[in-house]
Every structure is written in C-alpha cells, then in structure tokens.
Design a binder for this molecule. Structure first.
Ligand code: ADP
Ligand code: NI
Length: 209
C-alpha cells in the first residue's frame, strides 16, 4: 500500500518544484521521525504525509476539498478500516497554513505530527528555496520594498498570493515556529527559524547594494 501510494504521488505531483514528490517524501521522513517521538500511529502518519498535497487547492482552482476527495478515493481501494481513511482525509483537509491570524484546528496527534512536518519543510534552507521557487512559478516579484506584508485573518485573504516573496516570509514562514503543535516539532523548528531569519537579514542588507 505504501509502495503504490509512493508511485501515485510521484506520478501526480508535478506542479511546482516546491510541491513535488520530493516535498512529500521529506514530509514523510520528518513526520515519521516526529511520530516515533510522540507515539503517534505510524501508518496513518505515513499515508497522510505522502498524500497531504496530492491535490493542493493552489493547483486546483482553489478547491479546498480536492485533496481529501482524491485521497479518500485512492485509499478506499485498499479496504482499510473506514475510520483510518476518514482520519487521513481529515488531516489533509486541516494541514494547510491558512493565514497569520488563523489558528490551526488540528485535533488528532497524527494530524499534529503531519502538520508540523509540513511546516518544517517550509522553513530553513529548503523552505527558502521552495518559497522562491513558488514565487518564480507564479511570477511573484522577489521583493517590493514599498509594499508592506499583511497578517491575514482569513483563509480567503491569505489565498491571494503575497505581493512579493519576501512578504511571504513575514506573512507565513517566520510565524511557523509559534504554530508548531508537538514538542519535537517545536524543537526542530527553532534552528530552521533562526536560519530563515538570518537569511532574510542578509537578503535585506544585500538589497541595499
Ligand atoms: P502549506 O503547505 O503550509 O499549507 P502552502 O501550500 O500554502 O502551505 O505553501 C507551501 C510553500 O509554498 C510555502 O511554504 C512557500 O514556500 C510556498 N508559497 C506558498 N504561497 C506562497 C506565496 N504567496 N508566495 C511565495 N511562496 C509561497
Ligand atoms: Ni506540503
């Protein structure tokens, strides 16, 4: 089941370089590491991590249910206990960052583990690379000094692209360390957060020429 799911993810996630098979694989590895420390169910965590971006709303005309619909249909072929499929669909629905002032509603430990793993991949060297890659993919300017970041209070507002990729650091990346759910996630986020901050300071210094 895991092997078949890996194949599906490899085949399906070809959108943007930051949301590809390698993102799913990194999130799976991070999630399993955290899950072992936090005593979460490893099967639910691994499947949810692999499938969490299988049909991301950003690449499906804003459809917020595409991911859990595709995952549910996929998992039903394995005759898993329906409660497991429901739990994975719930995780996929709740995993996304929804804006600076919108709190995560994730209720289960497995979901918290997968969400923390996904957010770790948005931080540090990889997180920075993914953010500029995303900006390039959608034609977002790197930095517009005149336009201030917005701390969004609804998902609808956040869903509109950031005015610049640097603004996205303030609108999301630098807020993630305080949104971590698990003790292990919080610990892992610290170093990545500091690296992200240091990078941004350097970027703004070099910007001045
Ligand atoms: P999540 O997977 O945490 O719900 P997203 O799928 O919205 O978050 O974003 C994943 C990554 O894609 C972000 O961490 C960032 O690297 C990049 N990204 C998303 N939205 C933007 C944006 N508006 N500008 C630049 N990068 C973005
Ligand atoms: Ni993701």
């Amino acid at each position: 089941m895991i092997n078949d799911t890996e194949e599906l993810v490899k085949k399906t996630m070809k959108g943007d370089p930051g949301h590809d098979w390698f993102h799913a694989d990194r999130v799976r590895k991070l999630a399993l590491y955290i899950a072992k420390k936090e005593n979460a169910d490893l099967l639910i965590v691994e499947l949810a991590a692999l499938l969490h971006d299988i049909a991301d709303h950003k690449f499906h005309n804003g459809d917020e249910d595409a991911g859990n619909r595709v995952a549910t249909k996929w998992l039903n072929r394995f005759k898993l206990d329906p409660s497991i499929v429901k739990e994975i669909a719930y995780i996929i629905k709740e995993v996304s960052f929804k804006g600076a002032k919108v709190k995560s509603k994730m209720k289960t430990i497995e979901g918290m583990v997968v969400r923390d793993a996904d957010k770790l991949d948005a931080l540090g060297a990889i997180g920075i690379a993914r953010t500029f890659s995303f900006g390039g993919h959608f034609g977002v300017p790197m930095y517009l000094p005149e336009i201030k970041p917005i701390l969004h209070s609804s998902f609808a507002q956040y869903k509109k692209l950031s005015a610049s990729t640097v603004n996205h650091f303030y609108e999301k990346l630098l807020l993630l360390k305080d949104q971590m759910h698990t003790k292990t996630g919080k610990r892992l986020a610290q170093k990545r957060h500091r690296f992200t901050e240091a990078y941004l300071r350097r970027f703004l210094t070099e910007w001045k020429g």
